[in-house]
Design a binder for this molecule. Structure first.
Ligand SMILES: NC(=O)c1ccc[n+]([C@@H]2O[C@H](COP(=O)([O-])OP(=O)(O)OC[C@H]3O[C@@H](n4cnc5c(N)ncnc54)[C@H](OP(=O)(O)O)[C@@H]3O)[C@@H](O)[C@H]2O)c1
Length: 242
């Protein structure tokens, strides 16, 4: 699809990967709408962008999702790309019964999965009116293999991955709408600091890969180390009847 002249909503666009994507698409001529919970972080991000606006709101909250979708419909009728990037993750030690594992898992599944399904459904009618549109879901290398540090986060991203495949199949015959999945490996952001994110790749590399993939209508977007595992797994699963 075209990589300029789009109107792009980026959830969690005030920091990390979302902000890097905002910068990349902004500098080549796209209108950017960033979102996040903290107004202060949004204002600081806006200073780094031209032709961008912010819509504050917590996407894990139904009322905020409704408010944001309504604002997009009424004030930004040209919206044609949504990037579902905001995420929640907790270190979750499953061997500790006092760890509130289920509460952490609930928040992860709500933010990383349920909220994405709902927000996508809310914005879909608007996207379907456009000549070219895209939905980009930001999953993770963790969809392919969980671990003891982020077991419930990995499960929530695996759910997002599965939903994204189903969403793509749903719109397989629609030439105007592409469903993309972006799979970052470890990326150096605030989000990953607790799990050694300083050793990760820069967020700008993730943004560059997404930019190139959109231009080529390449719906599967593995980045960095994810490419190795993606190369092994996806050709097999694509051969399974679906
Ligand atoms: N960093 C990694 O190593 C890595 C690897 C694989 C996948 N990912 C995925 O990439 C995505 C972005 O991660 P990141 O590393 O860029 O995180 P980050 O640096 O912590 O940035 C997160 C952004 O999301 C916003 N946000 C968080 N919860 C939100 C909510 N409920 N509603 C609206 N905005 C919200 C934050 O702003 P506020 O706090 O102000 O809301 C911020 O703008 C996540 O989905 C994550 O799972 C990250």
């Amino acid at each position: 699809m075209k990589t300029t002249g789009n109107t792009i909503f980026i959830s969690g666009g005030s920091a990390g990967i979302g902000l890097a994507i905002a910068k990349k698409f902004n500098e080549v001529g796209n209108k950017i709408i960033i979102n996040g919970r903290s107004e202060e972080r949004l204002q600081s991000a806006l200073k780094q962008l031209d032709n961008a606006i912010a819509i504050q709101g917590d996407l894990s909250v139904k009322a905020d999702r409704l408010k944001i979708a309504e604002e997009l419909k009424n004030n930004h009728p040209t919206l044609n790309i949504i990037i579902n990037n905001a995420g929640a993750a907790f270190m979750n030690n499953l061997s500790d019964s006092n760890n509130n594992s289920a509460e952490k898992a609930f928040e992860e599944i709500n933010t990383n999965y349920i909220s994405v399904i709902d927000f996508t459904a809310l914005t879909l009618p608007q996207l379907l009116q456009q000549e070219e549109a895209a939905i980009v879901n930001v999953s993770s290398i963790a969809v392919f293999r969980s671990n003891k540090y982020l077991p419930t986060y990995s499960a929530s991203k695996a759910a997002l991955h599965s939903y994204t495949q189903g969403l793509r199949d749903t719109f397989a015959e629609n030439e105007n709408l592409g469903v993309y999945e972006l799979y970052p490996p470890l990326v150096n952001t605030e989000f990953s600091a607790e799990i050694g994110g300083a050793n990760g790749i820069p967020a700008s590399e993730v943004a560059d890969e997404l930019f190139d993939a959109l231009g080529k209508d390449q719906f599967e977007v593995p980045v960095g180390d994810t490419k190795k595992i993606h190369e092994l797994v996806i050709p097999i699963t694509e051969n399974v009847p679906h």
